[in-house]
Design a protein around this ligand. Sequence first.
Ligand code: ATP
Ligand code: MG
Length: 437
Amino acid sequence: MYLSKLFIPITKDLPAEAKIKSHQLMLRTGMIKQSSAGIYSWLPLGFKVMKKIEQIVREEQNAVGAQEMLMPTIQSSEIWKESGRYEDYGEEMLRIKDRQGREMLYGPTNEELITDIFRSSVKSYKSLPQILYHIQWKFRDEIRPRFGVMRCKEFFMKDAYSFDLSDEEAKKSYNKMFYSYLKTFNRIGLKAIPMSADTGPIGGDLSHEFIILAETGESKIYADKNIFEINLNQYEFNDTSLKKMREDFTKIYAVTDEKYKEEEFNQKVKKENQMFTKGIEVGHIFYFSDKYSKPMNCLIDDKDGKKTSVKMGSYGIGVSRLVGAIIEANYNNDVMKWPRNISPFDIVILPSISKNNRKNFEKAEKIYKELKKQNIDVLLDDVDENMSNKFKKHDLIGVPYQIIVGSKSEEDNFEFKELNSKSEILTLDKIIKKIKN
Ligand code: ATP
Ligand code: MG
């Protein structure tokens, strides 16, 4: 892609409510555009990043045996009346009427709908366990939407639902998701802490929030630093090992302020290991047993032919929130550097161009074609402006690798730079190897 052709409407005047870096940066680089309070359009650059995150989330869900499906955004109120949440959910729920006057709603979450699907199709323990998920827009009429894509009314979420015969079996599903979440956040370069959490309106007694550290986060965190020392690779993908994994994580003290007690913190965590910081919730998992299956009559025949309510959990990841969260975690000294597997482009070519000298530009085009042939997603900055402006702009767009076609680049050797590092002179082959390795 040539930068001059890319639809990237840069905003120079930031609105006053854009207080945090991710919000400012996403507006400045034309990743998103607000359409009304808490509702955004995703423009090409932002959309590309979000899609890459979505794909990683998808792969890690599939890897633990969850199956993808797609439920609608609009739901009927009937099922929510059955579960009792139609009243409970309050004003965060966007309620709509269709032309027949039927009460509908824009789904804030999908426990009811998936339970309805499940009860009408699965009758026997033999079909269990099952984990189903979708990645779909949600709507919550948040009282104070803020921080750009972090707290929106309309947002993109991966939500999964597990179905098991017994509490014991259900906890195995819970552990699989716990593992999948840690793997997902690792892959996108985030250090996430699983924290024991309150269950809120979803209900249940077992719940963890996954929180990444960031000064601008809304959650206060009190934790033992040792939580970062656990290496996920030591666990195998079987029930025993995953149980051990969750125990290892949950043994280490880590809570948000809802559960924080000073005395307990000091008792359980050595002074030098105490960490008090802020964080962003990027995922939340719940085990709530038969909270929905019971009132909604979602019954399963057990081994003895006896009917029992299916045991359920639900598991959310804020896919659109992650775009902002990754910026908060990676923005440093006015430079944004995307992790390479999420970056909107693999590499950018920056030729030093002027009206009188087209040589660098021609060279850049040649490199561009070669990289394209190698299936590398390359951006060519063909905009006629001075190099210092270009560098500033690309510090914000955040593509991690650059080829600078200027005085230092020769016929077959080019100036190659990784954001935040010194440049080096390399052949194109070496550059390609570096990006592909
Ligand atoms: P929060 O505590 O931040 O309000 P929640 O507990 O209501 O979130 P869940 O129902 O657990 O959220 O949703 C799963 C995930 O969806 C959250 O971990 C978060 O990443 C994301 N999410 C929730 N609400 C929003 C929102 N208003 N805007 C963007 N992402 C959201
Ligand atoms: Mg939550």
